[in-house]
Design a protein around this ligand. Structure first.
Ligand SMILES: [Mn+2]
Length: 426
C-alpha cells in the first residue's frame, strides 16, 4: 500500500537529524565497549507476531467503537500485517485465531503471504465461547468438562486447528483455556485438573513431532473462583506431564497485580520450558493495552532475563515465540501495534546493552546498589536511534507511526472497506 519510494522519501527528510542522534549513541556505547551495529543487527532479527484478532477494535465488555476500515476477511488481515511489516520490518508473522480466521483458499493465502513477506507462526484454538453450529456447549468447561462428549468436541477442535495450521506452515498450537468455576464446590479441583491433563495429552498425541504446544495460564476471568490453569506452576506441571514439545506461554496481563513476572521468566528459562510470550500492557489484570505503556521498567526487567538467558550456555531453552496479544479500544489498532512493537524493540535494545560482567560481579559481591545502578544505567539510555536505524536497514520507516499518518492509511482503508466494517474478534 505504501510504495518503497515514498518510505525512502519520508526517511530522507529525517535522515540528517537521525544520523546526528545515531552517531551520538554509537559513540556513547563505543565508550562502554559495546558495538552499536551489533545491537542494531539483533534488533533487525527480532520479530514479533501480530495476532489476527488485534487488527480491529474490540476489547471492552461494554461496547465497541469501530475505527473504520477494519479488515473484513483473513486476506485483509494479512494485508494489514503486511503493512505493519513494511513500516517496521519487525512483524513478519501472524498468529491465527480459529474459528475467527479459518483459512479457505489455501493456495491464494500462501501467495498473499509470500507477497507480503509473512508467515503464519501459530494457530490459537478457541473453546471459550460456543460456535453456532457446535453440538455441545462449553458453559461448564471444555477440556475439563465432566461430560466426555464435550471434552471430545474440544479435543477435536484443537486437532482441527493443527490441521489448518499444517496447511499454512504453522508449527505452534496455542491453548488458552477459559475453563474454571465461579463458586466454591462447583468443581472437584483434582479431577478437573486430571481431565484437563488427559485432554491435552490427546491433543499432543495428534500433533506433528516438530510442532510446539504452548499452554497459557491466567489467574481469573472469565471465571472468578477458580481457573483450571491459574498460574505458571500449573502450566509447567501440565507441560511436564504432556511431553517435551509442550511449553509454557507467558501472557504479561495474566498475573495478579504486583507479580514478579521477570522471576517467572527466569524460572521457566532455567527449566527449559519457556515457549512463548504474549505481549501487552496491564495495570490491573488482563487489560490488553499497548505493551510497555504504563510499566516500562517491568518490561525492561523481563527482557533483561530473556537476554541473560540467551547468553547463558547453561540455559537449554528452545527459541521463544514472541507474539502480541492485545486489543484496542481508544487507539487506531494499527498505530497501537506499531507503538507496541516499538516499545518491545526499544526495551529489548536496552536489555542488550546491560553491562553483564559488571552486573555479575556486583551480584557475586552482594553489592546491591551497584547491581541496581547497572540495570538503571542501561534502562535510562536512550536507544531509540538504534531502533530507528534497524527499521531503516530493514527497508522500513525511520518513524513508522509518522509515516502511517503521512500516508493517511486509515482514511484509505475506510475508503476501501467502509466506515462500518468490523473485524472478527472479541
Ligand atoms: Mn494471551
Amino acid at each position: 500500500m505504501i510504495p518503497d519510494q515514498r518510505i525512502h522519501d519520508l526517511n530522507q527528510s529525517l535522515l540528517d537529524n537521525h544520523q546526528f542522534q545515531l552517531n551520538y549513541v554509537t559513540d556513547l556505547l563505543g565508550r562502554r565497549q559495546i558495538d552499536a551495529q551489533d545491537v542494531i543487527r539483533q534488533i533487525v532479527d527480532f520479530q514479533v507476531a501480530i495476532p489476527s484478532w488485534a487488527l480491529g477494535t474490540g476489547g471492552t465488555r461494554f461496547g465497541r467503537y469501530p475505527a473504520g476500515g477494519e479488515p473484513r476477511s483473513l486476506e485483509e488481515k494479512i494485508e494489514d500485517v503486511g503493512l505493519l511489516h513494511k513500516l517496521n520490518g519487525s512483524s513478519n508473522s501472524i498468529s491465527l485465531h480459529i474459528p475467527w480466521d479459518i483459512p479457505q483458499d489455501i493456495a491464494a493465502l500462501e501467495q498473499l503471504l509470500r507477497e507480503q513477506k509473512l508467515v503464519i507462526d501459530s494457530v490459537n484454538s478457541n473453546t471459550f465461547q460456543d460456535q453456532k453450529d457446535q453440538p455441545y456447549s462449553y458453559k461448564f468447561g471444555s477440556l475439563l468438562n465432566t461430560e466426555e462428549a464435550i471434552r471430545q468436541q474440544a479435543i477435536q477442535h484443537n486437532i482441527d486447528c493443527i490441521g489448518y495450521g499444517k496447511q499454512l506452515g504453522a508449527k505452534t498450537l496455542t491453548v488458552w483455556l477459559a475453563d474454571g468455576s465461579n463458586f466454591p464446590g462447583q468443581q472437584h479441583f483434582r479431577q478437573a485438573y486430571q481431565r484437563t491433563a488427559d485432554s491435552l495429552a490427546s491433543i499432543y498425541e495428534a500433533m506433528p513431532s516438530d510442532w510446539t504446544m504452548l499452554i497459557e495460564y491466567k489467574p481469573y476471568e472469565p471465571h472468578f473462583y477458580s481457573m483450571v490453569i491459574p498460574d505458571w506452576g500449573t502450566s509447567y506441571a501440565l507441560c511436564q506431564a504432556t511431553g517435551k514439545n509442550a511449553q509454557v506461554l507467558v501472557d504479561l496481563g495474566h498475573h495478579l497485580p504486583n507479580t514478579n513476572i521477570e522471576q517467572i521468566v527466569a524460572r521457566l528459562l532455567h527449566f527449559g520450558r519457556l515457549g512463548g510470550f504474549h505481549f501487552n500492557g496491564s495495570s490491573y489484570g488482563d487489560d490488553d493495552l499497548t505493551t510497555g505503556s504504563s510499566k516500562p521498567f517491568q518490561l525492561f526487567l523481563i527482557f533483561n532475563e530473556l537476554v541473560d538467558g540467551k547468553l547463558d550456555q547453561l540455559v537449554n531453552n528452545p527459541a521463544v515465540a514472541y507474539m502480541i496479544d492485545a486489543s484496542h479500544n481508544t487507539k487506531d489498532p494499527l498505530e497501537d501495534l506499531l507503538q507496541s512493537v516499538d516499545n518491545i524493540l526499544t526495551t529489548y535494545a536496552k536489555a542488550l546493552i546491560v553491562d553483564r560482567a559488571t552486573l555479575r560481579e556486583a551480584q557475586q559481591n552482594n553489592d546491591v546498589v551497584k547491581a541496581e545502578e547497572t540495570l538503571r544505567d542501561a534502562f535510562l539510555t536512550d536507544v531509540r536511534p538504534l531502533v530507528a536505524e534497524a527499521y531503516r536497514q530493514s527497508g522500513g520507516a525511520l518513524q513508522p507511526i509518522a509515516a502511517y499518518r503521512a500516508e493517511r492509511v486509515r482514511e484509505q482503508l475506510i475508503q476501501r472497506r467502509g466506515k462500518l466494517s468490523v473485524s472478527t474478534g472479541l
